[in-house]
Ligand binder design. Structure first.
Ligand SMILES: *Cc1c(COP(=O)(O)O)cnc(C)c1O
Length: 394
């Protein structure tokens, strides 16, 4: 039996499959007491035995045992050297964009989470950091957007909400050739289905509010760095200075969520496939955006770089009247912002998640008043379909 007696000897569990890694994390249990569930170390500070001697924990803004287990677990799952857990996905992405210097340029997905768009436009824009939004599934467009100042390619794949897929390996190759970093927001698929660091990316970010936490009960974010110690120390200074670290209680909730990641993702995947196929048969549904369709434009890339399609579907209906009817009449399916939890949620991106996305961009992407996004939960798929059917045709 392995017997960790302190917090320093944790296992990378490289020989295990991901279903086992998610359950067993880094230490797997608390080393001093053997507690099978890593306790919530609700302590602000830690006592020192003597001058120059520390348990490895000093002050919880810097390091906390519960958060450390989550950070190490995420580094193991994504295949990086270091994970950081933040108070939200926004805080995680803020840390990543803070790696840039005045005058730097970012190329990012045009169809991206609205909050990420807000960070780069409203916060970093005023520090002289410029950006170009492109369709990242179009590699020629990515190359054309690069300038001598480009230092980062920020990719969301599949995109939110139009479900476009970027070839992570090809984008990373383009970035490496110009000495820029590739960052992938892996919120939609999680390391269970997609591992960007193994495909060439340098940094992965997450809103762990979504699938990693998985239960719609906490807001949190993750950053994992592949192999660059310099980036690790910069992010450490950022989190330490901004105080945007995740609390022990929320770290524990995300850790607990991750234990069931594999079974939940499989169920989300299975249900979404059924719901997407059903949506396509509905006369009032004009278009379904789902990466699991074999006629999806980027299906070959999806098959090449992921092991599942995830639980996200967007769709356009015939009229704004139908939108209103659906949102008023859904019952089991809840009209609420967010995604990735056990419950099926329906969202109206135009005024919710993508409220701050520039109007011209929303129009170009087709995110209009007839557009809806579905995060398919882990209920029985027939119940989800029956509820949508009633709401659409009520
Ligand atoms: C929700 C979300 C975020 C922001 O995360 P929060 O936890 O809400 O701060 C970033 N990226 C994606 C893809 C998201 O879905």
């Amino acid at each position: 039996m392995k017997n960790f007696s302190n917090y320093k000897d944790y296992s990378l569990k490289q020989d295990l499959h991901i279903e086992s890694k998610v359950v067993h994390g880094a230490l797997g249990c608390e080393p001093l007491t053997g507690a099978v569930s890593m306790p919530i170390f609700q302590s602000a500070t830690f006592r020192h035995p003597e001058l120059g001697n520390s348990t490895g924990f000093d002050y919880s803004r810097l390091e906390n045992p519960t958060r450390q287990e989550l950070e190490r677990t995420m580094a193991i799952l994504e295949g990086g050297i270091k994970g950081f857990a933040f108070s939200s996905g926004q805080a995680a992405n803020m840390a990543v964009f803070s790696l840039l210097d005045v005058g730097d340029h970012v190329v990012m997905s045009d169809d991206i989470y609205g909050g990420t768009s807000r960070i780069i436009n409203d916060i970093f824009g005023k520090y002289g950091i410029t950006h170009t939004c492109v369709d990242m599934s179009d590699l020629e467009a990515v190359k054309a957007a690069i300038t001598p100042k480009t230092k980062m390619l920020f990719v969301e794949t599949p995109t939110n909400p139009c479900m476009k897929v970027a070839d992570i390996r090809a984008v990373s190759d383009i970035a490496r050739a110009i000495g820029a970093l590739t960052v992938v927001d892996n919120t939609f698929l999680t390391p269970y289905f997609q591992q960007p660091l193994n495909l060439g990316a340098d940094i992965v970010t997450h809103s762990s509010t979504k699938y990693l936490g998985g239960h719609n009960d906490t807001i949190s974010g993750i950053v994992v760095i592949k192999d660059d110690e310099d980036i690790v120390s910069k992010v450490r200074v950022h989190i330490k200075s901004h105080g945007s670290q995740l609390s022990p209680m929320d770290s524990w909730l995300v850790l607990r969520g991750i234990k069931t990641l594999a079974v939940r993702m499989d169920k989300h995947n299975e249900n979404a496939l059924k719901v997407a196929n059903w949506l396509r048969t509905q006369p009032k549904v004009k278009k379904v955006y789902y990466v699991g369709f074999s006629d999806h434009r980027d299906y070959e890339i999806t098959k090449k770089q992921t092991t599942g399609f995830g639980g996200m579907i967007s769709f356009a209906v015939d009229s704004f009247e139908t939108v209103k009817k659906i949102l008023k009449n859904v019952d089991l399916v809840m009209f609420a912002e967010s995604l990735g939890g056990t419950e099926t949620l329906i969202t109206y991106p135009t005024t919710q998640t993508h409220e701050d996305t520039p109007k011209e961009m929303k129009e170009a992407l087709g995110i209009d008043e007839c557009f809806l996004r579905l995060s398919v939960g882990i209920e029985n798929a027939d119940d989800i379909i029956a509820d949508l059917e009633r709401a659409i045709n009520s």
